[in-house]
Design a protein around this ligand. Structure first.
Ligand code: DC
Length: 227
């Protein structure tokens, strides 16, 4: 491989994608592209602009939203209309609104070139729902991470409680089920397993074990930082 590869990691909410993608990118010395953060940034921007949930106003609003990515010392930061929002995006409310508005073709279209531009030189681990199917169909290595609903809800619950959010396991499970349905059933770029992806079920597997499995696959594919 001359150009550094693009590695895609897709999967449903709570499958461990973020932690795993970040660690795989760190080990490869690649840039970590969290595309969920882009959809969350749109949701955040829409909230600030007083979006009422009306589909008719969505296209106009999202065309006028300025979503930007900046590479700060190898870490991507997201800003909306000039406000750096990276640290404000990982709440359940923003996650569910991001899932809802991400079904809109206007929203997906607005974010497409941003994602492709950042990966133009390769050397990127791109995480999301449609990385291997739509955004980077030619990616050199593709993964699909999955886990049972119970385990995904449990992980998300622990993460939220750890961050001091007040919630219950039942509420988090409801959120996961809603998002699964919305993300899999939308007409544009639904969550699907790319035909050429390696599927890894992370249920019951500690994160380091999953990362090790993926690193072996990546090394076999010639994607190691030393090459
Ligand atoms: O990965 P996440 O939980 O941060 O993503 C939030 C929502 O954004 C997710 O429920 C659906 C949407 N999303 C998407 O439609 N396509 C992507 N590539 C990434 C996220």
């Amino acid at each position: 491989m001359n150009r550094k590869p693009v590695v895609t990691i897709d999967g449903p909410a709570g499958a461990g994608k973020s932690t795993i993608s970040r660690e795989v990118a760190r080990r490869l010395c690649f840039l970590y592209l969290d595309t969920g953060a882009l959809y969350r940034a749109v949701a955040y921007g829409l909230t600030v602009r007083g979006y009422s949930g009306n589909d008719a106003e969505l296209a106009g609003l999202c065309r006028s939203l300025r979503v930007e990515l900046q590479n700060r010392d190898g870490e991507l930061r997201v800003s909306v209309d000039g406000e750096e929002v990276t640290g404000k995006l990982r709440t359940e409310e923003i996650g569910i609104l991001a899932s809802t508005v991400s079904a809109s073709p206007a929203v997906r279209e607005a974010l497409l070139s941003l994602q492709r531009d950042i990966a133009a030189e390769g050397g990127v681990v791109a995480e999301g729902r449609d990385m291997g199917t739509v955004v980077f169909p030619g990616a050199e290595v593709k993964f699909f991470l999955d886990a049972s609903v119970e385990e995904r809800a449990e992980r998300r619950y622990r993460e939220l409680i750890g961050k001091g959010e007040r919630t219950s396991l039942a509420e988090v499970t409801r959120g996961i089920v809603i998002r699964d349905r919305q993300d899999r059933e939308r007409a544009v770029s639904p969550l699907r397993v790319p035909p050429d992806a390696r599927i890894i079920d992370t249920t019951g597997k500690p994160i380091p074990q999953v990362v090790d499995i993926m690193m072996r696959i990546l090394e076999d594919a010639g994607a190691s930082p030393a090459r």
